[in-house]
Design a binder for this molecule. Structure first.
Ligand SMILES: C[S@@+](CC[C@H](N)C(=O)[O-])C[C@H]1O[C@@H](n2cnc3c(N)ncnc32)[C@H](O)[C@@H]1O
Length: 265
């Protein structure tokens, strides 16, 4: 699936979707009443969620600028979310106009909106695919149209791995993707955590959504970087990863860890 599009009839408006909840929290318009209710419940249980999603997007931008700034010219962004300006390819191309980007998400609404946004761009693709089958993503012909796995790649797993349960073995998923990448590639990852507050009520909101929320500790998040070398400052709450402006008030409550690491030879 991809450039040939996705039918809107496939979009389920009876249950909240993570992509649409997140879009609503970011102030987007691509969401339904069921998503808005879930997001409002989430914010009632975890009021810092409003600043957390913005801090996560700001981390995404800084991490892309950093990784592309080292010279890597290809990005594989899995768990893309609905288009949110500036999108990854827009941030990357401010640094280097020739960057190629493959976006992957398992939600048809993301692929549909992404197709509309990206249809004019030959060096960008949006592909409907599932992180739980990582080898299929690496082998996907449309991904291969823009990503050359013989050259370094920035692998982005931003705010997506927490939708995989322990039984779905997210460490194996990351390892499969890592093994497909050559030395000099980067892993850019962020992940929700309950380390800074009891988030049981917030987690419960996702029980009726299309994916569960699996909060993980700092040590668990660090383990996803196995086989990569973390760049400074390591795995930290996202506002504290190489901030370019003073971190917002209440940053210490933000429930997202983030980190960037390089695969060595
Ligand atoms: C919270 S949004 C994050 C969007 C973007 N990466 C960001 O951080 O701004 C999570 C996205 O991951 C997608 N997602 C969840 N589970 C997935 C899976 N198993 N495979 C691919 N995408 C998935 C959702 O559809 C959603 O668009």
């Amino acid at each position: 699936m991809g450039q040939d599009g996705v039918r809107f009839g496939e979009i389920d408006t009876s249950r909240p979707h993570p992509a649409r909840i997140y879009d609503y929290l970011l102030g987007g318009k691509d969401n339904y009443e069921v998503d808005q209710q879930a997001a409002d419940e989430l914010a009632a249980a975890a009021p810092e969620v409003w600043i957390s999603v913005r801090a996560n997007r700001a981390f995404l931008q800084r991490a892309v600028q950093y990784a592309v700034g080292t010279g890597v010219r290809q990005i594989l962004d899995i768990g893309t979310g609905l288009p949110t300006s500036p999108n990854v390819h827009e941030v990357a191309r401010q640094v280097a106009p020739d960057v190629r980007v493959a976006y992957i998400d398992n939600d048809p609404i993301v692929a549909a909106h992404g197709n509309a946004l990206l249809s004019s761009s030959g060096s960008t693709r949006i592909v409907l695919g599932d992180l739980r089958d990582p080898q299929a993503l690496v082998d996907h012909p449309e991904v291969r149209q823009v990503i050359d796995f013989r050259q370094p790649v920035v692998l982005m797993l931003i705010a997506v791995l927490h939708f995989l349960t322990d039984e779905e073995d997210p460490a194996r998923v990351v390892a499969t993707l890592r093994d497909a990448l050559p030395a000099g590639s980067f892993l850019v990852l962020s992940h929700a955590t309950g380390d800074f507050a009891d988030r049981a009520a917030a987690q419960a909101v996702y029980n009726k959504a299309t994916a569960s929320m699996n909060l993980r500790s700092r040590a668990e998040v660090e383990r996803f970087f196995a086989g990569f070398d973390l760049v400074e400052p390591g795995v930290v709450q996202v506002p504290f990863w190489r901030p370019d402006t003073p971190p917002p008030a209440r940053s210490g409550e933000i429930g997202f860890y983030g980190g960037v690491a390089r695969k060595s030879g």
